[in-house]
Ligand binder design. Structure first.
Ligand code: ZN
Length: 171
């Protein structure tokens, strides 16, 4: 988000010089600099002992393609806590092991996605209302229904990191 008005008091912002960052939007009454900001989210690939992964459909994203568990990081929460919480909320799984899988900039949404690969034993999925469908799918079958992503994109990169980690594709 690029600020034009102060989110505190609503006054039109001016600019102030802020060291290496150059000129940044500034509210004089509040004496606060409003740096450009963006949302931080997690994207979590969940797999089990059979190398199956959870693919789900979120009604607000797509009714055609599937994706991994994802969600917004809440203030006061770190990315790891968010990953554990979102997986529990969306598909009812308790993560046993969580690996960081890098960050990815999602330009179309102005979001920084924190990627994770999470392990849990195979259990029935318990879906939240946000999820219209979800299932355990053999990892190598995932691209048949996965949202088409490209190198550099969060879905693509986390998926391929997982394949490499599990020795499921040539590196
Ligand atoms: Zn202000």
């Amino acid at each position: 988000m690029r600020y034009k008005y102060c989110p505190n008091c609503g006054k039109k912002l001016t600019k102030i010089h802020a060291g290496d960052d150059g000129m940044v939007p500034y509210c004089e009454p509040c004496d606060k600099r409003w740096f450009d900001s963006f949302q931080s989210c997690v994207i979590v690939l969940v797999y089990n002992e059979f190398d199956e992964i959870v693919l789900s459909k979120q009604w607000y994203l797509s009714d055609e393609y599937t994706a991994f568990t994802s969600g917004f990081i809440k203030p006061g929460e770190n990315a790891e806590e968010c990953a554990v919480r979102e997986v529990k909320e969306e598909i009812g799984q308790d993560i046993e092991n969580l690996e960081y899988a890098g960050t990815y900039w999602l330009g179309m949404a102005d979001q920084l996605m924190h990627g994770f690969i999470a392990y849990t034993k195979k259990n029935d999925l318990v879906l939240s209302e946000e999820i219209s469908a979800a299932d355990w799918v053999p990892a190598l079958d995932a691209p048949k229904t996965m949202f088409p992503d490209k190198p550099g994109g969060p879905l693509y990169e986390v998926y391929h990191k997982f394949l490499k980690m599990r020795g499921l594709e040539e590196s």
